[in-house]
Design a protein around this ligand. Structure first.
Ligand SMILES: Cc1cc2nc3c(=O)[nH]c(=O)nc-3n(C[C@H](O)[C@H](O)[C@H](O)COP(=O)(O)OP(=O)(O)OC[C@H]3O[C@@H](n4cnc5c(N)ncnc54)[C@H](O)[C@@H]3O)c2cc1C
Length: 510
């Protein structure tokens, strides 16, 4: 068989992962990236002796990254390593309460009992057990498989899961569900925060999101040695080694279709033909700017609410803080109002919940001696034309006031270097609609089914989708699942289109 060729548009984590999977099948893979670097949202800033991971900071399920090295016949540890971090997060409230939750659920129960009493600890035990049950029941089907293929539903096990849907908390919000377990408003707020792990609103997102508790505290959180960007860096190295042709500074301008089949990409005014294409670019961007008009738009998918975006301040701080850990949350006084404000697209809330990530707690080279690298993030709505210059300044003032008070310092005086990312810049650097961090939100019960399938359905062939805006959604682990689903579907279709003798030849070449 003449070697089949596949194009991948976008070198985000899912684009890299799918390109590696395709190249491992002996395909001629070309990965086109608009930027001068790979990784998309998972990039890095270096400034005045500080190193900042620009995007993701919380890393779960590292085995999904390892899997890519293993299937390429490599030892992951020769490329990429990570440590499990015991303290998953430290939480602070303005009433003076604080608690650390770790990756040891019995220690968490002990901490909850100490701060909130034994009744709340008993409820937490039940919560953790239910979270584990929900995760184990649903993840293998709703996250690791396509929801758009008959084969997923022809399995007896999945039918059992479907029968259990009413008990999974899908028909009540995460906030309502958490309120049934906990009397303490602080604990309700703490567990409501799981909604933000994919940019959703706890007062709307279904209670099934409770399962994130098991992912974070039951399975655990990790930090790659060298920082989050090592994931993108090591996958880029692997992609090159398995034969992926990476074309940086190469925006794709059009995805062209002929006779209901993907035909070519328009790049630098030239049409280049491939057998198939995997689109890692944001689905909104793809349909608005890349896809030819003759390809029907998935109206319901495109009408889904985008996930939240963020304002991020990268601060070099000339002091170290014993009381802070790798991940720290300073909760707002009124979470409901904070989310109402995000929902109304205001962009500014006087008392936002503040996330402070300090990788130099573990990675000493990330900040000069006696300093720390702070990644300070608040949730904001995606860009719809708000005045981000004003919002940035007002939000910065609120954050400085709150953290100065909590940490008993004049924080402003300690900032020696600064960089800021807002929704407009996130969209500019990654093409994500409105700067949404996670594609679409999970703010309704059908969200999981309304994300873009990993293949363009409806009698079109050769068009596949991966990344945060495709099934199963945003965040590193889900993007890696999407890469597997899209790449496997593409490979399966290419093999079906190949004559039996050619299949044999192509398998021999793997
Ligand atoms: C500030 C921030 C914090 C986050 N925190 C976490 C976290 O703690 N944990 C977690 O798991 N997730 C987190 N996320 C989400 C996570 O980063 C994303 O879900 C994931 O990285 C998205 O990967 P992706 O494969 O969808 O591609 P993206 O990273 O969105 O990259 C898409 C790529 O496609 C390229 N592209 C687009 N259009 C074209 C074109 N026409 N031609 C060529 N190239 C094109 C873009 O330039 C970009 O490089 C965070 C995100 C941000 C921004």
């Amino acid at each position: 068989m003449s070697q089949k060729s596949v194009a991948v548009v976008g070198a985000g984590i899912a684009g890299l992962a799918s390109a590696i999977r395709l190249a491992n099948q002996g395909l001629d893979v070309h990965l086109f990236e608009r930027n001068s670097y790979t990784g998309g949202k998972m990039t890095v800033y270096e400034q005045d002796g500080f190193r900042f991971d620009a995007g993701p900071s919380l890393f779960t399920l590292p085995e999904l990254v390892d899997e890519l090295f293993k299937l390429s016949g490599k030892n992951p540890r020769d490329y990429f390593n990570y440590t499990k971090h015991h303290t998953a997060c430290r939480y602070y409230w303005s009433n003076g309460k604080s608690i650390s939750l770790t990756v040891d659920q019995s220690e968490n129960l002990h901490n909850i009992e100490r701060v909130f009493g034994s009744k709340q600890a008993r409820s937490a035990k039940e919560y953790f057990n239910h979270s584990k049950e929900k995760y184990e029941l649903t993840a293998p089907y709703f996250l690791e498989k396509s929801l758009h293929r008959k084969s997923t539903f022809s399995n007896r096990e999945v039918l059992k899961v479907i029968r259990k849907i009413p008990s999974l908390g899908i028909f009540r919000s995460l906030n309502a569900l958490n309120g049934r377990y906990f009397e303490s408003p602080e604990l309700v707020q703490l567990f409501n925060r799981y909604a933000t792990y994919n940019g959703s609103n706890p007062y709307r997102t279904p209670g099934i999101m409770q399962m994130i508790n098991h992912l974070e505290h039951g399975i655990g959180t990790y930090l790659p040695i060298g920082g989050m960007h090592e994931i993108a860096k090591s996958l880029t190295k692997l992609a090159k080694e398995v034969g992926v042709n990476i074309h940086l500074n190469t925006p794709v301008n059009k995805v062209c279709v002929r006779d209901r089949r993907f035909h070519s990409l328009l790049i630098n005014e030239e049409y280049i033909e491939f057998d198939s294409v995997l689109l890692n670019s944001d689905v909104h961007h793809t349909y608005a700017h890349l896809m030819e008009d003759k390809v029907p738009r998935p109206k319901r998918t495109l009408a889904q609410k985008p996930s939240t975006s963020a304002l991020i301040f990268y601060w070099g701080i000339q002091q170290t803080f014993e009381q802070l850990d790798l991940h720290n949350i300073f909760f707002s006084k009124d979470y409901k109002q904070e989310f109402d404000s995000i929902e109304s697209n205001d962009g500014f809330w006087l008392d936002p919940t503040i996330y402070v990530n300090i990788s130099s707690k573990l990675e000493k080279n990330d900040a000069p001696e006696g300093c720390e690298n702070w990644f300070v993030m608040v949730n904001v709505p995606p860009n719809t034309g708000q005045d981000w210059t004003v919002i940035r300044e007002k939000t910065k003032a609120s954050i400085i006031e709150r953290l100065s008070h909590e940490l008993k310092v004049n924080l402003e005086e300690l900032i020696v270097t600064e960089r800021v990312l807002d929704p407009v810049l996130i969209e500019k650097y990654t093409s994500s609609a409105g700067g949404a961090l996670y594609g679409t939100s999970s703010d309704n019960q059908l969200s999981a089914f309304l994300r873009h399938p990993n293949k363009k359905l409806g009698q079109f062939s050769g068009l596949y989708f991966c990344g945060g805006s495709a099934h199963p959604g945003g965040g590193i682990p889900l993007c890696l699942h999407s890469a597997k689903l899209a790449a496997d579907w593409c490979i399966e279709d290419l093999l079906k289109e190949t004559k039996p003798r050619d299949v044999f030849e192509s398998l021999k070449s793997v």
